[in-house]
Design a binder for this molecule. Sequence first.
Ligand code: UDP
Length: 405
Amino acid sequence: MRIAMISEHASPLAALGEEDAGGQNTHVAELAAALATEGHDVRVYTRRDSPVLPDVVGVAEGYQVLHVPAGPARRVPKDELLPYMGEFGRWLAVQWRDGDWTPDVAHAHFWMSGLATVHAGRRAGVPMVLTYHALGTVKRRHQRERDTSPPGRIGYERALGRAADRVIVQCQDEIRELVRLGVPRSRMTLVPSGVNQEMFRPDGPAVARDPARPRILTVGRMVERKGFQDVIRALPAVPDTECVVVGGPPADLLPADTFARRLRALAESCGVADRVRLVGAVPREEMGRWYRSADVLVAAPWYEPFGLTPLEGMACGVPVIGTNVGGIADTVVDGLTGDLVPPRDPRALGTAIRRLLSDRIRRFAYATAALDRIRSSYSWKRAAEQLGAVYTAVSAFGRPTPAVA
Ligand code: UDP
């Protein structure tokens, strides 16, 4: 099939770890590669955010990335991209209607891509599948007045849930949120993200470390909701350990980063500064070496639409302690493949870390069960096959009649 993937802010080619580049970029890159491996003709459309980008990039994994001219050719925070989605959608519509490549299906990632895609899809007669990746209702609940989403986001997300031919959800929590929003359950298909099991595997090199000091690893973009503060606050309860934080700006820019400075100040005030190491952004292909260097991976977000890092840790054979939120509540089976603790609870986190680090047999049992779970349920090949079936269904039955110009 000819498959268009639209990911307006999250390019599969971007460096990860910085504020607007994380799981969605990885998801789109891995999914596009897995769909191409299945024999599909895949094009990813993302916004041109630099003047030096070529119009089209052929990726070694067998798909193309097209840079769409919509808004200024520079980095713009994703919450400020809404005004350019009309331009994005019109550009897609012209390509798909008048160009020589019309997709059989368009899969939009994130609600803003959904807006551009619904516009183009209606004009070119292309059905739309939508993955939200994150929901405005959840963000509003947690961030309140600090939520920088455009004001209409929740209304758009509700409307898109009804306009899409199929909504792909990633976890049970997302299903509950969308039902509450008014999206019919019958429109949703659950297809969790996968994990790259070549890149993330238990055997392989690890970053050098002090073998005498148990290592707690935590990974993510440097934003408040990732809960790095809670991990630091938990450290006094686990003496003689080190905590390594991977993610954020590149290492040379960390000293000037406001959030990194806050974390350092917090570590000072908790008396653990000598045990906390901020690494900054790590290239994706280096991530396995960091996971494998750890005794335990802690994923402590306040909320998490899906959460790839716990899956990556599990695939590397590292036991995971996660907060009982979003996708983590599905991927980590409490007491079997890892431990779940309440979010924003450093005391519970400290207790769980201490218990796990003092119990080698439990760590081994979690790692083994987690690997089993990864191998049976979380491959990108499986996700690509499930999505292939969805695409076939919507392109056979859901193809809208092209709108008259
Ligand atoms: N990541 C990376 N380098 C970093 C930090 C993170 O490659 O320095 C990757 C990480 O391996 C994972 C993704 O970024 O694939 C983060 O995805 P997740 O779903 O955990 O969080 P999100 O960023 O979507 O909130």
